[in-house]
Design a protein around this ligand. Structure first.
Ligand SMILES: [Zn+2]
Length: 109
């Protein structure tokens, strides 16, 4: 069963790497063609959105790497904070999650 999670993690990682680089490069290229970055509000917003997406992607990538390490160690599916098993429904929805739903809810409040 853990192999299907590994597949999901590896596939998501490839997806982020494939999608992340090109749109950002295109946005940068577009802005530099228009001249001074500071005067190009619209172009800048686009770049900021791309950068924000990249930050989110970077966090997910980091979480994916950690999840792959946990798969190797055999600790995958265990909550980082309380040590309880993470529900399968949650793992299926977010295979790179580090914590169970209870701890996640504690974090966000
Ligand atoms: Zn927990």
């Amino acid at each position: 069963m853990s192999e299907s999670y590994r597949d999901a993690l590896v596939r998501k990682k490839a997806e982020i790497l494939a999608a992340g680089v090109r749109p950002l490069a295109a946005a940068m290229e577009g802005s530099s063609r228009q001249g001074d970055l500071a005067d190009q509000a619209d172009g800048n917003n686009e770049v900021h959105i791309q950068l924000k997406l990249k930050q989110t992607d970077a966090k997910i990538l980091q979480a994916i790497e950690e999840a792959l390490v946990r798969l190797d160690k055999g600790t995958y599916g265990t909550c980082r904070d309380c040590g309880e098993p993470i529900s399968l429904a949650r793992l299926n929805a977010i295979p790179w999650t580090r914590v169970c739903i209870t701890c996640k809810e504690k974090q966000s409040t």
